[in-house]
Design a protein around this ligand. Structure first.
Ligand code: NAP
Length: 280
């Protein structure tokens, strides 16, 4: 049986991979984002009915993050519109260890729709051309707080494979899947692996969260962005309970999750870690 599936964040890190996997299986995919036609904006519920019309399932990747003010209302309005549009199931991408995201998970769980929750650890792709940590790597100087946090980074390919399975397999209805990679790594270890694979000198400098906030302010980043990153570093990386490796990727996919080292080898081969840092 084939489905009509809406992929929000369809041009993003997980969405575009899910869309590819569903296309391979001959499902009909509609991409949902502000640049798509029709345009879909999480901040504008008026855009929800048109994008949901004719769909029977949806992948929900809220942007920028379920922790931000406004996310709960958007998730509530979206699930309500999805129910009205006759969707049978949604899969929500959530963040492992984010209290605010759990409130959004509850909204989905109580929406009346069938659902699967996919709680992801930090993505490997935060360090590649898709992520916010590419520039410091290109500059050869990575200053980040939380030096002791050992993070079970997960690959976006694995998140996409699990979310695709969840979209198609009703045996996963009502389940919360925690997706992590197989290894727990500190920032120092990550930077060391990338430096070795690229044969470059890249150093990691531990800074306090306050110093990191000042760095973001000096770089002219918007206050909302600074608030979110402070939250993510403090809440997600500051809590050792969030640093556990989960068996769920292997349970769902029947194979081991992608190791960070494999991501590094694959990404180094593309040459993206050998360019110049962007100055704008
Ligand atoms: N990165 C991590 O380590 C991590 C870890 C755990 C969970 N997560 C969660 O992952 C989710 C993001 O998923 P992702 O990384 O796959 O996506 P992504 O790469 O961040 O892409 C998001 C896409 O969403 C669209 N978008 C941005 N603002 C939008 C808006 N207001 N309305 C509609 N679309 C909008 C953008 O396309 P347009 O410009 O065309 O709108 C963008 O390409 C977030 O909820 C985050 O909390 C991330």
């Amino acid at each position: 049986m084939t489905h009509n599936i809406l992929i929000t964040g369809g041009n993003g890190k997980t969405g575009r991979r899910i869309s590819h996997l569903l296309n391979e299986r001959n499902h009909t995919v509609r991409l949902g984002s502000r640049s798509a036609k029709p345009s879909f904006d999480w901040n504008n519920p008026d855009t929800f009915p048109a994008i949901l019309n004719g769909m029977d399932r949806a992948y929900m990747a809220y942007a920028p993050d379920l922790a931000v003010p406004g996310a709960k209302d958007a998730i509530h309005n979206f699930t309500k519109a999805a129910l009205q549009a006759g969707l049978e199931k949604v899969v929500l991408l959530s963040g492992k260890g984010e209290k605010e995201a759990e409130a959004c998970e509850d909204i989905v769980a109580n929406s009346g729709l069938n659902y699967t929750l996919v709680r992801a650890s930090w993505f490997n792709q935060n360090f590649s051309e898709e992520g916010f940590l590419l520039n410091p790597i290109l500059a050869g100087q990575v200053a980040l707080p939380m030096p002791d946090a050992a993070i079970p980074y997960v690959d976006a390919e694995d998140i996409a494979a699990v979310a695709t399975k969840a979209l198609l397999d009703d045996n996963l209805n009502g389940k919360t899947l925690t997706v992590t990679g197989p290894d727990k790594l500190t920032f120092k270890e990550v930077v060391g692996m990338i430096a070795k694979a690229t044969n470059r000198t890249i150093s990691y400098h531990p800074v306090s969260l306050q110093e990191y906030t000042k760095m973001m302010q000096s770089a002219g980043l918007p206050p909302d962005y600074i608030w979110l990153f402070e939250y993510l570093f403090r809440e997600v990386l500051g809590n050792p309970d969030n640093q556990e490796v989960s068996p769920d990727v292997e349970m769902v996919l029947g194979r081991k999750p992608i190791a960070f080292e494999d991501f590094v080898t694959r990404t180094a081969a593309t040459g993206v870690w050998n360019g110049e840092p962007k100055t704008d």
